[in-house]
Structure formats: structure tokens, C-alpha cells
Design a protein around this ligand. Structure first.
Ligand code: TGC
Ligand code: FAD
Length: 390
């Protein structure tokens, strides 16, 4: 039975093309069928459901916008967004897996890589045969990645990498890592590091109460020798990893709409059933105010990402516009998840219901890919022309 419910107050479906709706509905059905039934169990155990990785590949959910000649789906950005929305409706950690593989590993190889690198890695990443991670953040440099201490130096035809990265999604389970480090001229360089290399290790960071279905790791690089052929040849300093972030943030802005919808409908169903003082909880004005607020914020978020997607596809989207959507939609989703949890009463703190799990996950989403505050400063700079980071 299809239990999926969708808020479409402004008929945004009418703004989508037929093929976009087709892919969305296919992903939606797969998420309902394959992910929903197992998600709470994995979240509680703190494990990623590894068995879904080949299915993610088969369905074309890894790097959907990468051209077909490299194993991608050759689809537009709205489709990529809709995929993120449907996956994150189930869980932000699963969407993270797809975001990292597509936006933070396949995108830099496609954009900054050599033809050999693209042919070698992209088809295998698209199918899920190999997994990648993206190492930018360091223990002392998260919001300010330009301060990174990781270093790379030339040694004949090779490079030697030294440094530590922190909070890296999929680090422990990856076959390759995209690692960013400064060279002897202080230029930021990007490398495709084989995770089996001597000197490379990726201990898992445990005890998380957020994004529990996602593997998070430290990357330790001690004198790791990497061939020049594994350096991304077409990068341009810090701007290159920041360009990757724009891709991932775009998907996150869409994903947040999915999580928010899941929470709205859970709260709506529950409050219609739950009798309190002899009436359904949904019949009280205080409850309706909460539900009306949720519906309004979701509708605003949907319009932001739809417009953003069309601008991305016509080439006019700016990183600052992405910041606005990431900042707004993630905060809205977090507020909605917390509010939905209140409507569920004590039941809301169990994993039988999903809003509490979404709220915990969204605390990470508020922080990674640029914190809420960093995106405030990016928008502030766009509005005033005055940078206020330092
Ligand atoms: P700044 O001088 O502003 O910029 C250097 C150059 O880069 C350009 N640029 C961007 N280009 C594309 N997209 C962006 N988002 C860009 N942001 C900046 C900029 O125009 C400049 O170009 P040019 O041509 O003038 O050289 O650099 P800054 O050092 O002052 O930093 C600015 C700041 C604070 C906004 C930036 O560092 C930042 O975004 N910080 C937040 C760090 C962050 O988001 N880290 C995320 C790590 S990855 C992650 O969290 C993965 S989570 C897993 C998942 O996605 O599921
Ligand atoms: P800090 O930068 O130390 O920030 C602490 C606080 O200070 C925040 O509230 C911040 O908003 C605020 N702040 C920062 N600058 C200013 C300022 N100028 N003015 C006022 N306030 C400010 N990184 C990767 O590279 N790859 C990954 O795959 C990855 N995955 C992640 C997965 C998880 C589960 C998590 C939690 C994080 C992940 N990250 C990853 C790291 C993430 O991008 C960083 O945590 C994030 O960029 C913030 O950095 P920080 O944690 O060092 O916080």
C-alpha cells in the first residue's frame, strides 16, 4: 500500500516536467519499499545499510547529473534535487551518502580531473562499486577551511601528504578519498588518495546522537605517497573545494524539504487520531497553528529550491543563492521536526516515530556544509558588500 503523502499547496507539481516527476516517483517508491522499513533499526544500531549501495547505483542515484559516458545519469539539477528530497524524507544520513558520493567525490573528479581519472573512477563510483569521501575539514579548521594545516610536497614524480581531517562522512568505508592540502607555495591542491596506501588510516568517530546511519571518520595521513597522476590537475586553489560545497549544499536544500514533509505528515496523522479532552488533537487551535506554520514553511522551501534548480540548469545560479536556500530550508526543517515531536507527546521520543530522529539528524545538517551562521554571513556579505567573517 502506498502511504506516501505530499504537501503541494502551491501546485509545484505543475512546475515539474513529466520525466522529472517520473524519476521522483520511482525513487519515492524505492525509498518507501526498501529504506523506510529498516531505517529506525539501523539508526538505533548506528550502522549504515550497506546492502542498499548497489541498489543506489542501479537506480542512478549516485552522481545523477554526471554525463552518461562516465556512468552517470546525465539528468538535470531538478532531478538531482528531487532525488535528495525523497531520500532525506527517510533519513538525512542516507542522503548524505548520496551527496558525498555525487557532489563531493564524483563532481571534483569530473570538474578538475584528467580524462584518465574520469574514465577510471566515475563509472565505478556511479555504480557503487567503489565508495569515496571528501576530506576538507580539520580538527582546528571547519568554518574556515582556508586555514588548513594539511600539507603536500613534491618528491620526484610523487607527492607526500601529511595531515589530519576530521568529521569525514564515509571515511572508514571508502576506497578513495578526495583530500585537500596546501603545497610548498601555499596553494591548495586536491588529490585522489587510495585509502589502502601506506600511512593512510580512517578511524571511525563513534558515539554520535545525530546522523547515526552515516559513517563519520577522522582521516590520518602520515607521509602518504601519491603519484602526480592522482593529483587533480585542473583545480584553482581553495575555490575548487568551495565549488564542490556549492553542489552538495544545493542537494541539502532540497533534502531538507523531504525531512520536513515526513515530519508534517507524521504530526498530522497523529493529531487526527489522538483524542485529548474528548476531541482530536488536530481540532485545537494551538495544534492548527503549529501545522499551518509547518505547511507554510514547507511551501516556501519548495519554491526556493524549485527556482534554484531552474537557475542551476540555466547556468545563472550563484553560491550565495545556494547559501540562502541551504540556510532557510535546513533551519525550517529542524524547527518543523522539533515541533512535530512536541505534537507526538511521549511517543515522539521513541524510534517508532520519525520526527525525533529527523530532528537529531538535522542538528548535523544545520552544522555541516557551512553552519547556519556561516551562511548568514555569506548572505550578509551579498547584501551589504562587506565580509564579516574575520
Ligand atoms: P573566499 O575568499 O571567500 O573564497 C575563495 C574563492 O572561492 C570562491 N568561493 C566559492 N566558489 C564557489 N562556491 C562557493 N561556495 C564559494 N565560496 C567562495 C570565492 O569567490 C573566491 O574566488 P576567487 O576567484 O575570488 O579566488 O574564501 P574564505 O577563505 O574567505 O572563505 C569563505 C567562507 C567562510 C564562506 C568559506 O570558507 C566557507 O564556505 N566555509 C564553510 C566551510 C564548509 O562549508 N565546510 C564544509 C565541509 S564538507 C561537509 O561538510 C560535507 S558534509 C557531508 C554531506 O554533504 O552530506
Ligand atoms: P566551527 O567552525 O568551530 O564553528 C563553531 C561555531 O562557531 C559554529 O556555531 C559556527 O557557526 C560559529 N562560527 C564560525 N565562524 C564564525 C564567525 N566568523 N562568526 C560567528 N560565528 C562563527 N567535513 C568534510 O570536509 N567532509 C565531510 O564529509 C564532512 N562530513 C561531516 C559529517 C558530520 C556528521 C558532521 C557533524 C560534520 C561533517 N563535516 C565534514 C564537517 C563540517 O563541515 C564542519 O563541522 C562544519 O563546517 C563546521 O566546522 P566546525 O565543526 O569546526 O565548527
Amino acid at each position: 500500500m502506498n502511504t506516501y503523502k505530499e504537501l503541494d499547496f502551491y501546485n509545484i507539481n505543475a512546475l515539474l516536467e513529466e520525466d522529472e516527476i517520473m524519476v521522483r516517483d520511482q525513487v519515492r517508491a524505492w525509498c518507501e519499499d526498501r529504506l523506510m522499513p529498516i531505517i529506525a533499526e539501523h539508526w538505533e544500531a548506528g550502522t549504515f545499510p550497506n546492502h542498499i549501495i548497489p541498489e543506489l547505483g542501479e537506480l542512478g542515484l549516485l552522481g545523477p547529473s554526471i554525463p552518461e559516458e562516465y556512468g552517470g545519469g546525465g539528468m538535470n539539477s531538478v532531478v538531482y534535487g528531487l532525488i535528495c528530497q525523497e531520500i532525506e524524507r527517510v533519513d538525512s544520513g542516507i542522503r548524505s551518502f548520496a551527496s558525498v558520493q555525487g557532489s563531493l567525490v564524483m563532481y571534483p573528479i569530473f570538474t578538475f580531473g584528467s580524462e584518465e581519472q574520469k574514465k577510471n573512477y566515475l563509472p565505478r563510483l556511479a555504480s557503487g562499486e567503489i565508495i569515496g569521501c571528501f576530506g576538507l575539514t580539520e580538527p582546528d579548521f571547519g568554518s574556515d577551511p582556508g586555514g588548513m594545516r594539511s600539507r603536500c610536497r613534491r618528491d620526484g614524480d610523487d607527492w607526500i601528504l601529511d595531515g589530519r581531517k576530521m568529521w569525514i562522512t564515509n571515511g572508514t568505508v571508502s576506497d578513495i578519498a578526495i583530500v585537500w592540502a596546501r603545497d610548498e607555495d601555499n596553494q591548495v591542491q586536491g588529490f585522489i588518495v587510495d585509502c589502502k596506501k601506506e600511512g593512510f588510516s580512517a578511524p571511525e568517530q563513534k558515539h554520535k546522537w545525530s546522523l547515526r546511519c552515516s559513517v563519520t571518520s577522522e582521516l590520518v595521513l602520515e607521509e602518504v605517497r601519491v603519484a602526480e597522476a592522482d593529483r587533480l590537475p585542473n583545480t584553482s586553489g581553495l575555490k575548487s573545494p568551495l565549488m564542490c560545497l556549492t553542489q552538495a549544499r544545493y542537494g541539502i536544500a532540497w533534502g531538507a524539504v523531504g525531512a520536513a514533509q515526513a515530519c508534517l505528515f507524521e504530526a498530522l496523522d497523529y493529531t487526527q487520531q489522538r483524542q485529548i479532552f474528548d476531541k482530536p488533537l488536530a481540532s485545537y487551535q494551538l495544534t492548527q497553528q503549529k501545522l499551518a506554520e509547518m505547511a507554510t514553511e514547507i511551501t516556501k522551501a519548495q519554491l526556493l529550491v524549485w527556482r534554484l534548480g531552474r537557475m542551476k540548469d540555466d547556468g545563472s545560479m550563484t553560491p550565495q543563492q545556494v547559501s540562502m536556500a541551504k540556510r532557510n530550508n535546513v533551519k525550517a526543517a529542524l524547527d518543523i521536526a522539533r515541533e512535530a515531536r512536541t505534537l507526538l507527546g511521549a511517543n515522539g521520543i521513541t524510534l517508532e516515530y520519525h520526527s525525533g530522529r529527523h530532528a537529531c539528524n538535522l542538528e548535523t545538517v544545520l552544522t555541516y556544509e557551512g553552519t547556519h551562521e556561516i551562511h548568514t554571513l555569506i548572505i550578509g556579505q551579498a547584501v551589504t558588500g562587506l565580509p564579516a567573517y574575520r
